[in-house]
Structure formats: structure tokens, C-alpha cells
Design a protein around this ligand. Structure first.
Ligand code: NAD
Ligand code: TDX
Length: 342
């Protein structure tokens, strides 16, 4: 495959960061550009192994800053955009919804304008299964691409809004887009505010793990590596204008997930602390990935192999999540990038 210029937004975050590394390894002939605003969730230490590579470039910018984004697109002339940058934590969207609208809705619209103006070859919008709302705990219904969008949290409402804008830029202006809707991810470099890395880091440090409500809510888990492979396929082979669901049929209750981690780490269930439920807590998510499977994707991890690999990674890479918890990782940017504006 010929060299292409790829823009990854949010490549200092969890999934975008894994995607940058996946693409650098798989396509050494590509020019990989990581654009990230380095919010609390953005961390560049994860890229210390690749940051000296000639085909990797980092750009600090806010996707909602039109004055910065349009000239950047004019200068760089990207072929492909894979758009991850977002406010991603549901709990934060309950306490501070406004930033979710600014980044997830306005930020996406600014990128769409830039992509349209510069006629990019493909714009992949990384969305989430949460836009479909929730399923009943005792049902076997799955979300398909035809399921009505009924987002329940400010986070999922902002993601659904951005999905509609992406669709509109395709229908109105013919922008070549795909929208992907993935289930819950887990794996290396997952920010330790989310359930799985929070549980592992707290159990390793002998601290109790807060389980919301009765712990019976169900999430459908996918290893981040399998999400990256799916996005690679959609970027190169996805039919323009189509939506693809991504998921690996790994439904688990939160309590099952937490107990699996505790058992693997040799800790007893005394470390579980039931706390008041999340407001508007979606009961169950479950993805039907048939359409993507027909395109040629299948996951490589089961939940059992994936969670074992992930727990091992967190135990071996305590340096990474400890500097996040202490806030020290912010100094890395100051040391390594002279253009720090923060
Ligand atoms: P994350 O919070 O780990 O990373 C988000 C990244 O975006 C960070 O590096 C942050 O600095 C950057 N960012 C935030 N606001 C920005 C702005 N205004 N300008 C530029 N950069 C900004 O998120 P994640 O879990 O890696 O999720 C990535 C994407 O995948 C999101 O769009 C999310 O909705 C979607 N998604 C996530 C999951 C999941 O389980 N984590 C599942 C499905 C879809
Ligand atoms: O401390 C906790 N205790 C707890 O019981 C936390 C942080 C979460 N939970 C529960 C809430 C959810 O039912 O665990 C489940 C998973 O919670 P999160 O890790 O916050 O993920 P979720 O709310 O399901 O959303 C995630 O998946 C879809 C990502 O954060 C989103 O960005 C993605 O779109």
C-alpha cells in the first residue's frame, strides 16, 4: 500500500493512542499525525517509544478552535482523518455537560468543515454504542446499525449529535465518511478513571473499588487491539457513508468484571464497596457486529484472554498509571515539547 498522510485526533488518549501505535507498526510507509489538545486525559508518555520516528508527528491543538484547525488542514493536506478526540467519561458529563457539547459537537463540526474544504479521501468518525441508549437486562436484543438513536447521558447525547453532523456532511456535501459505534473498550493505557483500569489500580494498591448500584449493569467488552483492527479495516475498506457497529459478544455484569480482576490478583471480595448509583445509569449495552464481520473483521481476544493480558500489563506498567494518578505525567509534555502553551 502506498504512503498516505493520516491524521489521528485524540491520539494522546486511550484508544487513539493505541491506534497511533497500531498504525505506525502496520504501515511504516504512512505519515502518522497525532493531533491532541492534551486535556486531563491526554498523555504523551505512552508514545515515548515512537516519538523519535520520522513518520510520527505530534500537534497540540483544540479541535473546536477553528482558527487553528483550518490552516493546519490547508498546510498538511491529510489524506485520511480518524477522529477520536472527545470528552469520553459519562460521570464527568453528568457534573459538567457543557465541555462535552463544545468538544464532541462543535469540535467535530470544525473538523468536518476542514475535511470538506481540503477534500480528504476518508473521514472515520469514532462513535460509541451508547448513542443507541440502553437495553433491558433480561433481554437478548442487540444494537444493530438500524437501532434508533436514544442517548441517555449528556456524553452519549453529544456523541449522537456528532454522528448526525457526520451523516449530514455526507448527505449534503458528499464528504466520504464512515461512522463506527464500538462497545466498551479495555486494554493498555486506559485512563484509570474508567471501571477496568480503576479496579486494577485500586486493587493493586489495596484500596476498595466503588461499584455503582447493585453492580448488575451489563457492558459488552472489546479489547482495544481488536477495535484498532476494525478501524483499520473500515478506513481502507468501509463503504463510504456506512455505519459499522464494533463488538465481540462479551457481555458481563460490572460485578463479574470486578470479581474476575480481584480473583486474578489474589484479592477477596471484601475490596468491593457498593456506592450510590450513577444518575440515569444505562442498564445494558450489547452490539451486533454482523455487518463488520461481513466486511472481514473478527476479534482476536476473548474476554478471558484479553482481561488476563490487560491485568498483566497494568501490573508490569505501574509507572504509567501511577504518574497519571499523581498528575506527574503533565510534566512530560513540558520537557519534550517546547511549544507548550498550557
Ligand atoms: P480518552 O478520554 O482516553 O481520550 C480522549 C483524547 O481526546 C485525549 O487525549 C484528550 O486530550 C483529547 N481531547 C479531548 N478534548 C479535546 C479537544 N477539544 N481537542 C483536541 N483533543 C481533545 O478517550 P477514549 O476512551 O480513548 O475514547 C476515544 C474515542 O472513542 C471517543 O470519541 C469515544 O467517544 C470513543 N469510544 C470510546 C469507547 C471506550 O470504551 N473508551 C468505546 C467506544 C467509543
Ligand atoms: O467506579 C466505577 N464504578 C462502576 O460501577 C466506574 C467508573 C464505573 N462503574 C460502572 C458504570 C458502568 O456501568 O461500570 C460500568 C463501566 O463504566 P465506565 O468505565 O465509566 O464506562 P461506560 O460508562 O460504560 O462508558 C465507556 O464505554 C463507552 C466509555 O467511558 C465511553 O467513552 C464509551 O463510549
Amino acid at each position: 500500500m502506498q504512503g498516505k498522510k493520516l491524521l489521528v485526533t485524540g491520539g494522546a488518549g486511550f484508544i487513539g493512542g493505541n491506534f497511533v501505535q497500531y498504525m505506525i507498526n502496520k504501515y511504516p510507509q504512512y505519515d502518522i499525525n497525532n493531533l491532541d489538545g492534551l486535556t486531563y486525559a491526554g498523555d504523551l508518555t505512552k508514545h515515548r517509544e515512537i516519538e523519535k520516528k520520522e513518520n510520527y508527528h505530534f500537534m497540540k491543538a483544540d479541535i473546536a478552535d477553528r482558527e487553528a484547525i483550518l490552516p493546519l488542514f490547508e498546510k498538511e493536506k491529510f489524506d485520511y482523518v480518524v477522529h477520536f478526540a472527545a470528552e469520553s467519561h459519562v460521570d464527568r458529563s453528568i457534573t459538567d455537560p457543557e465541555i462535552f457539547v463544545r468538544t464532541n459537537v462543535l469540535g467535530t463540526q470544525v473538523l468536518l468543515d476542514a475535511a470538506k474544504q481540503m477534500e480528504v479521501t476518508k473521514f472515520v468518525h469514532v462513535s460509541t454504542d451508547e448513542v443507541y441508549g440502553e437495553l433491558e437486562l433480561d433481554s437478548s436484543t442487540l444494537f444493530t446499525e438500524e437501532t434508533l438513536l436514544q442517548p441517555n447521558s449528556p456524553y452519549s447525547a453529544s456523541k449522537a449529535s456528532s454522528d448526525f453532523l457526520v451523516r449530514a456532511y455526507h448527505e449534503t456535501f458528499g464528504l466520504p465518511v464512515n461512522i463506527t459505534r464500538c462497545s466498551n473498550n479495555y486494554g493498555p493505557f486506559h485512563f484509570p478513571e474508567k471501571l477496568i483500569p480503576l479496579t486494577i489500580s485500586r486493587v493493586v494498591n489495596n484500596q476498595k473499588v466503588p461499584v455503582y448500584g447493585d453492580g448488575k449493569n451489563i457492558r459488552d467488552w472489546l479489547h482495544v487491539h481488536d477495535h484498532c483492527a476494525a478501524l483499520d479495516l473500515v478506513l481502507h475498506e468501509g463503504v463510504t457513508g456506512e455505519v459499522y457497529n464494533i463488538g465481540g459478544h462479551n457481555e458481563r455484569t460490572n460485578l463479574d468484571v470486578v470479581k474476575t480482576i480481584m480473583t486474578t490478583l489474589g484479592k477477596s471480595e471484601e475490596f468491593i464497596e457498593f456506592v450510590p448509583d450513577r444518575l440515569g445509569h444505562d442498564k445494558r449495552y450489547a452490539i451486533d457486529p454482523t455487518k463488520l464481520e461481513k466486511l472481514g473483521w473478527k476479534p482476536t481476544y476473548t474476554f478471558e484472554t484479553g482481561i488476563a493480558q490487560t491485568i498483566e500489563w497494568y501490573v508490569e506498567n505501574k509507572w504509567w498509571w501511577e504518574q497519571i494518578i499523581s498528575g506527574e505525567y503533565k510534566n512530560y509534555f513540558k520537557k519534550h515539547y517546547s511549544l507548550d502553551q498550557s
